[in-house]
Design a protein around this ligand. Sequence first.
Ligand SMILES: CC(C)(COP(=O)(O)OP(=O)(O)OC[C@H]1O[C@@H](n2cnc3c(N)ncnc32)[C@H](O)[C@@H]1OP(=O)(O)O)[C@@H](O)C(=O)NCCC(=O)NCCS
Length: 178
Amino acid sequence: MQEEIIKIIATDGQVVIREIQDADLSLMTLYANNPKVAINLRDAFPSPYTMDDAIRFKEAIDNQNPKTIFAIEYKGDYVGNISLSPASDVYRKSAEIGYFIGEPFWGKGIMTKAVNLITEWGFKTFDIVRIYTGIFEYNIASQRVLEKCGYTKEAVFRKSICKNDKLYDEIRYSKLKE
Ligand SMILES: CC(C)(COP(=O)(O)OP(=O)(O)OC[C@H]1O[C@@H](n2cnc3c(N)ncnc32)[C@H](O)[C@@H]1OP(=O)(O)O)[C@@H](O)C(=O)NCCC(=O)NCCS
């Protein structure tokens, strides 16, 4: 049987960003199936999250060219996902970043490293000048991650988020290519 060759996007030795593989799907389901994760993400992120959701997600990624969604590995184990999606039309010089890691790994500085790695990789790889995202107002940890990575808080989109039938502000962050 031929071994799958997994492409590494970026690494600092401890945190690795690499392509998602079939072997990640059970841990992905375990970590994604957590309301404390889903509450911070768009409703397109299934909650509860099943193995079938993970399989469908992987199939969609397999059809991507170029790939924009990756696994985060910490000390050799899959811990979460990170994405960098180039935008289109007049926004084509921008890309949107998105991410989650499993709750057992929160607060260890992993996402700060992963965001730094993919930001540097994104500016080198895509013809973009800006990476951006929107954070729900209550997600202080994610705002802190972006601030630690040199992203600038650039706007508050007032009451633009409707999550679980309640309205929230979205805090927009971006980083420009140096
Ligand atoms: C948000 C998330 C990505 C953070 O990942 P992480 O690896 O725990 O982040 P880090 O450890 O690199 O940094 C977290 C920072 O937030 C701080 N923080 C965490 N919770 C906080 C809170 N309630 N109030 C203030 N600061 C908080 C931590 O202290 C740390 O800052 P510090 O280094 O200055 O102490 C992770 O919790 C997650 O995946 N959550 C669910 C999904 C999600 O929110 N995705 C992002 C959607 S925009």
